[in-house]
Design a protein around this ligand. Structure first.
Ligand SMILES: Cc1ncc(COP(=O)(O)O)c(C=O)c1O
Length: 415
């Protein structure tokens, strides 16, 4: 059968998945299986962070007859309450359950916001960002422009660049999409800088989708909600999830915090397009967010990942890589010396059961469909994930990386 026989339009998988498939083709096994080194992967450890007093993760949830009812379109009342309590106690905000919409993970929430943007709203997005945004923006037909991320601005442009109205038609809504802490660079807006960002986003005609998947991976943990003045009258969308800090990507729970009116629209969509989210998963999330537990989890996540970020960063610097990582997240943002490319490095790593994420996949200015004539400015950059790595594999992970890197360096004659 030819492609033209089938009714669905072709869509490629997210860039990270392409790396996974290419890895399997070389190594013969899936990334994540025994003897593989998942440095390309964006998941956290899903076991307790014992070294730093991390709590147990819940082992089960109860399901009763009411759980077999259809879920509420906007989320289980207990989970909405738990999310509200979580933000208001940690960040001094005053959000209500009506400001929360529960989704099956972070991605569906982000996809939904983009799918329902009015046509006068334009997205501004960093030249490097989380690969899935490019797929989401393309598939939802969202208009977007990139904001420069360069060595010169340390991969951390000013807030004002996201809201620059030069050459923008009157009446255009501006909607930055920013992951904070950022995937892939770990660059983080906090304190005064985050206050300014939120203040700009609250201005009429502006908005923001601030993706806080890595909220806990910073000292202290960071959320724009702390600085929002009047949530119900603005176009601020905060995205959160149990995926990273709560160490549970597999339970598929995420949420959007926004103005009540915008939440209603998403709930209406849920009523015909989603049917709500699994009750057992929502109960599990309530357990994760239990106040005593979440406090310990937050401290352990912060301490464990700060420690990993620091020691991996030091090791990469010693090898002569450019390290441009900010102080959040669980990725390093690295540059190879001139004469080398991250694509070639990856081909060599695949043979050893390892992989990194080439920066090409994070390049939001690249054409979404493959175009061999496009040359990314980030050819020498890559993202190294220490999210899924156990403390005890540090030496062996660094040794393996160093061996492959140094052999490649010698082969191309880089001093
Ligand atoms: C920036 C960013 N946002 C959101 C997510 C959450 O994705 P999900 O909960 O759909 O797995 C991720 C996960 O990789 C991410 O890196």
């Amino acid at each position: 059968m030819t492609d033209s026989h089938f009714f669905l339009n072709h869509v490629p998988p997210m860039g990270i998945y392409e790396t996974l498939y290419a890895f399997r083709d070389t190594f013969g096994r899936f990334m994540g299986e025994k003897d593989t080194h998942p440095w390309s992967q964006g998941f956290p450890l899903t076991t307790p962070l014992e070294k730093f007093g991390g709590p147990e993760l819940p082992g089960s949830v109860e399901v009763d007859w009411e759980d077999r009812f259809y879920p509420k379109a906007w989320g289980h009342p207990k989970l909405r309450e738990a999310i509200v309590e979580y933000y208001n106690s940690q960040y001094g905000s005053t959000i209500a359950p009506e400001n929360v919409m529960v989704f099956a993970g972070g991605r569906p929430g982000i996809f939904t916001v983009m799918a329902f943007l009015k046509s006068h709203v334009k997205v501004r997005i960093g030249n490097i960002e989380w690969p899935a945004y490019l797929d989401i923006l393309t598939q939802t037909d969202t208009e977007y422009e990139t904001v420069p991320f360069t060595k010169e601005n340390n991969f951390h442009p000013n807030n004002a660049e996201y809201f620059d109205r030069q050459g923008v038609d009157e009446g255009t809504g501006l909607m930055p999409v920013i992951s904070n802490p950022q995937n892939p660079s770990g660059q983080t807006r906090s304190g005064e800088e985050l206050r300014e960002l939120i203040e700009m986003a609250e201005q009429p005609g502006n908005g923001i989708l601030l993706d806080e998947a890595y909220e806990m991976f910073h000292s202290p943990s960071v959320s724009g909600i702390e600085f929002v003045n009047d949530l119900d009258n603005c176009n601020i969308f905060l995205s959160g999830a149990c995926t990273k800090g709560l160490q549970s990507p597999g339970i598929r729970i995420g949420w959007i915090i926004a103005a009540n009116s915008n939440i209603e629209i998403m709930a209406n969509y849920s009523s015909f397009g989603m049917g709500g989210v699994s009750h057992p998963s929502q109960h599990y999330a309530v357990k994760l967010l239990e106040p005593g537990r979440v406090k310990k989890a937050r401290q352990a996540v912060e301490a464990h990942y700060n420690w990993q970020r620091e020691r991996y960063g030091k090791a990469f610097e010693e090898m002569g890589l450019g390290v441009y990582t900010g102080n959040g997240g669980f990725y390093h943002w690295l540059e190879l010396p001139k004469g080398m490319t991250s694509h070639e490095l990856n081909k060599r790593l695949f043979k050893e059961g390892a992989a990194i994420l080439c920066a090409f996949d994070c390049d939001m200015a690249r054409p979404h469909s493959k175009d061999p004539s496009y040359k990314s400015p980030y050819e020498r950059f890559f993202r190294f994930s220490f999210g899924p790595l156990l403390p005890e594999t540090f030496d062996s992970d660094i040794q393996l990386f160093r061996e492959v890197y140094e052999e490649y360096r010698r082969d191309v004659g880089v001093e």
